[in-house]
Design a protein around this ligand. Structure first.
Ligand code: GLP
Length: 245
């Protein structure tokens, strides 16, 4: 595991984009695991810019998103379907048939639906590169604290903290989703590579506990081993630079 500490959000986003773009260029049929939230927005902007400059082609890529709120249709402005369309898919040449995001409108047979999502990831050969943000309470996707390391895609009740964090985005309390469909920690860990991004002081506690990834100085604030991580990064640049490409 490599910890990359960058000066600020812009640098985190640029470095993440460099890694994702490199992965897409070296495997045009890449299967990407994608995340929502404010953290990967800068990464998506950078990828869009590279695509517009003619430097990045997604025409053969496939994606699986981490999660979706239960009860929100794709056109709902707070849904992750909407987010992904607005902030990424409508700006690049990702074939819509290759995009997979859990369906927030299902209302029964949840386990069966989630098993199919898992099956679909497997059928595509698994996730090559998974992008992750991290919630204030350390959740990834919607795997709230206490989620099992072996967990798979499933319906998950959101923690009070997460529901609180989301409240401001909805016009009334009854609309705020209480559950989500999320890939599990086990699903995420099956990915060949994981890129966890964090930025800002509000993430420092979660990062210190969950650690590692590409983070900015603020999110790295509570790490006790910062000098060692820098040293590891320098050695990696010298001896195994391919791990950073
Ligand atoms: C949501 C998403 C997570 C994301 C988290 C943090 O809960 N399900 O995948 O990492 O928010 O969001 P932000 O990046 O906006 O801090």
């Amino acid at each position: 595991m490599l910890v990359v500490i960058k000066k600020d959000y812009e640098e985190v986003s640029r470095e993440a984009a460099r890694i994702v773009a490199g992965a897409v260029r070296s495997n045009s049929q890449i299967v990407l695991g994608l995340a929502t939230g404010s953290t990967p927005l800068g990464l998506y902007k950078e990828l869009i810019a590279l695509h517009r400059a003619g430097d990045l082609d997604f025409s053969q890529a496939t994606s699986f998103n981490l999660d979706e709120y239960l009860g929100l249709p794709a056109f709902h402005p707070q849904s992750f379907h909407f987010f992904m369309k607005q902030n990424f898919f409508s700006h690049v040449n990702f074939p819509s048939g290759n995009v997979h995001i859990p369906d927030g409108t299902i209302s029964r047979n949840y386990d069966e639906y989630c098993a199919q999502y898992e099956q679909s990831i497997k059928a595509h050969g698994g996730i090559d590169l998974q992008i992750l943000g991290i919630g204030r309470n350390g959740h990834v996707g919607f795997n709230e604290p206490t989620s099992s390391l072996a967990s798979r895609t499933r319906l998950k009740a959101l923690s009070r903290e997460t529901v609180e964090d989301n409240r401001h985005s909805f016009s009334n309390d009854s609309e705020v989703p209480k559950c989500a469909i999320t890939m599990g920690i086990g699903t995420i860990l099956d990915s060949r590579r994981v890129l966890l991004l964090a930025s800002g002081r509000s993430k420092a506690a979660a990062v210190a506990k969950a650690i590692e990834g590409i983070i900015d100085e603020d999110a790295a604030y509570s790490l006790t081993q910062r000098d060692y991580y820098r040293h590891v990064l320098e050695m990696t640049q010298i001896f195994t630079p391919e791990r950073l490409s």
